[in-house]
Design a protein around this ligand. Structure first.
Ligand code: GLC
Length: 452
């Protein structure tokens, strides 16, 4: 068996992963307001961290809503919040080793509890037994590891005394509570919200990414709130003025820099009103964002890697969540999955980093990603001996398995009667690769094709 391209590949330079985009210099509000999205589409993979008082309840971050807990009942977690094993450098290193390049921390979740020393509330970490700011050390740790810094911030607030009771509020069925809350003025809450976002975006230097949570265009389905309730135009304007380069999602109810499909994989590159948009799927490891001790619904590393690849093949990012426990430590089940993902990304980084969709159409059970003249075939199932790639005949000068750089032989195109007997009558223009019978021992094998 010969390859169609053995002769012409020898002197070609060895490709390296696409260079990281040059860091964007700090900008002043007067300068360029168009945020630079290059790092986001290059990096492709980030870590989401859901951490707060609910981590002590250890049964989902919506526990206050689900169990309709009052402030008094929920107070027990505040009184016992003392994450003595908090080590953000460890988080950052875990993220980096998994192949993630940015980390997004819940500064405040729906329960209203703040992980920083906000001047605008007493409902914050510095009033708990822990008594120290958590956000600063997080930001420093990310920077020390060369990771981009992201903040999640909940627009919803189940603790603030001016937040009107809506369909998500823990006291939504408590008539007495609702009667007493009838005159709550959301404009008071808006001032608080805007003030807190200002604190976060002025207190910690450059912040690369902001995830507001949440309202959607059609808000009626959950009887909740939307852009008007947050005074979203002013809020977004302030964000862009304070951090002109920041990337913001669309969950304040206004278009942002990217959209955030939650716990599903889109079936194609995403569009809004017919126009392509940047997108990032946020996904959990086990269905819960906050630490959920008894939840055993963990996705396998193999599935998680396929989700990452599937997203990149459709032009999207993956923001994969961990829920540290009440002592501040990552769950060993999570770190084991991340380590496994890291073993894969270590070998296959260049098939996702800096890559995006390919104009070619992959065969069944495969995903294509592409960066320049490199086309990456991700095999979600291992075929028997031959892999047929429509439209690629004569377009590939070299093919190799990415995990060990072992050559993959191209079967010369068959002609005449041999066409039917040898290769089952593939359509003209199909490239056939001859694979080893044994699948490489890696969750998702990748073939790197060097295109002509
Ligand atoms: C949802 C949930 C929330 C989680 C978020 C992550 O909107 O309310 O608990 O933080 O999604 O995307």
């Amino acid at each position: 068996m010969t390859t169609s391209s053995r002769a012409d590949h020898a002197p070609k330079p060895v490709p390296k992963p696409a260079p990281r985009p040059a860091p964007v210099p700090p900008t002043s509000p007067q300068e360029n307001r168009v945020p630079d999205t290059a790092w986001f589409t290059h990096d492709r993979f980030g870590m989401f961290v859901h951490w707060g008082l609910y981590s002590l309840a250890a049964r989902h971050e919506w526990v206050k809503n689900r169990e309709k807990l009052t402030d008094e009942q929920y107070q027990v977690y505040f009184d016992h919040f003392d994450p003595d094993r908090y080590d953000p450098l460890q988080w950052a290193r875990t993220a980096k080793a998994a192949g993630m390049r940015y980390v997004v921390l819940t500064t405040k979740h729906h329960d209203g509890f703040c992980l920083w020393d906000s001047r605008l509330t007493e409902y914050k970490v510095t009033r708990t037994p822990h008594g120290r700011d958590l956000v600063g050390p997080f930001v420093d740790a990310c920077r020390a590891e060369g990771l981009k810094v992201g903040f999640y911030h909940s627009l919803i607030d189940w603790h603030h005394p001016s937040f009107p009771v809506d369909g998500t509020h823990p006291q939504r069925d408590d008539e007495e509570f609702k009667a007493a809350a009838a005159d709550r003025d959301i404009r008071d809450y808006q001032r608080h919200l805007h003030g807190q976002v200002r604190e976060l975006l002025t207190g910690y230097g450059r912040i690369d990414y902001l995830f507001f949570d949440f309202s959607y265009a059609g808000r009626a389905w959950w009887g909740g709130k939307g852009a008007d309730d947050w005074d979203a135009p002013r809020l977004m304007a302030m964000v862009r003025e304070l951090q002109p380069h920041i990337l913001v999602n669309d969950r304040a109810g206004l278009p942002g820099d990217f959209v955030t499909p939650e716990q599903y994989q889109p079936s194609a590159p995403m569009t809004v009103d017919g126009r392509p948009v940047l997108w990032e799927a946020c996904q959990t490891l086990n269905g819960s964002w906050g630490y959920d001790r008894d939840n055993l619904d963990h996705k396998s590393p193999d599935l998680l890697i396929r989700m990452l690849v599937d997203g990149v093949s459709k032009g999207g990012n993956l923001l994969l969540n961990v829920g540290p426990n009440g002592r501040g430590e990552l769950d060993p089940r999570d770190t084991a999955a991340l380590a496994e993902i890291g073993r894969w990304t270590g070998l296959h980084e260049r098939s996702v980093r800096g890559c995006g969709p390919s104009p070619f159409t992959p065969p069944a059970d495969c995903r294509y990603t592409q960066r320049g003249d490199r086309l990456y075939v991700h095999l979600f199932a291992w075929p028997l001996r031959h892999l047929h790639l429509p439209g690629l005949e004569g377009r590939v000068r070299y093919a190799q398995l990415l995990n060990d750089a072992s050559e993959i032989v191209q079967v010369p195109p068959a002609t005449g009667p041999a066409m039917n007997t040898q290769m089952g009558g593939q359509p003209p223009g199909t490239l056939t690769l001859q694979l080893p019978v044994r699948r490489p021992d890696t969750p998702v094998p990748v073939i790197e094709l060097h295109l002509n």
